[in-house]
Write a protein that binds this ligand. Sequence first.
Ligand code: MG
Length: 381
Amino acid sequence: MRKLAILGSTGSIGTQALAVIREHKDIEVETLTCQGNIDLLEKQIREFSPKTVCVGDEKKAKDLREKTRDLPSFSICVGKEGLIESAAAADAEMVLTAVVGMVGVEPTIEAVKAGKDIALANKETLVCAGHLIMPLAKDRGVKILPVDSEHSAIFQCLQGNEENRIAKILLTASGGPFYGKTKEDLRTVTLEDALKHPNWSMGRKITVDSATMVNKGLEVLEATHLFSVDVRQIQVVIQPKSIIHSMVEFEDGAVMAQLGTPDMRLPIQYALYYPKRRTLSGDRLDFAALTDLTFGVPDEKTFPALSFAREAAERKGNLPTILNAANEYAVGLFLEKRISFPAICEMIRSAMDGVRFRPEAALSDILETERETREFLEGRS
Ligand code: MG
């Protein structure tokens, strides 16, 4: 049985991964981690009997211990150190990184160093540290299997094409809930509006990122690392229904695409069982009913995040980290209703212009840049 650690088991990706595992019953869950939702974590522990769990702080650990006193013993670790420990030390052969944000950077690096394959749902990690993680994974013979639906689609299109060069990646985007809106319209949109994604059911942070198009920007950066392509080879295509999950154009002009209903369980399952395809319950695409498969061009005047991401991909260094850390900070404020929707991209822009640029970005630079970006924005808000 394949042994798996899930970092971020109570979030959207974590719970859907456990749904996949529940269906097939042939993956052993070694480790579960979460920040604070210990009620759900307790249920998961009772169902999947992990050997190790990790929670955000000592108080949560104590409460969890209390709740699970009747169960056979398992170890509980705590905080960022505990998360790193969980990623690297358990018996797992594969780690699903489904935490939100660049808190995933260090655990992912340690898991790769420990020789574990990575099912990567945590895009912020590759955005900030892809230049460190991809060579390290190659060196350790570790697979980085994308769970992000677009990158899974690209990865699926590349199967059997190892000898063929990618001419272009066509990264699809739904456009989010505000597709078609003007700058003027965006001034008055609310948090509730931003959290209504037209197609995908996802966590709150990524749903806001989809509304700003920052998510697509981060995905552009993620793709440069995963598929070793230049940012100029990536074209973002609006496909509002999220039926085409992304495409690859080869040198002869042939375009391969992966299509399906918008269901995150598919890319999760594909990564967990790679290279095997397994049955998956749920709706299938009905081409007889598919009458309006339309395409569009992103509106970068209204949604500048894509151009920020391209700039970060060109200049490299710590600029992708500045972009990402500023976004994490700003989205945190937006989720607390403390800033307006357009302020998210304004804060990212000001951090990209104002935080010290470092052409080299070792792990220590990345962590310091995150701190500097937060301090910079705190000083301005
Ligand atoms: Mg995606």
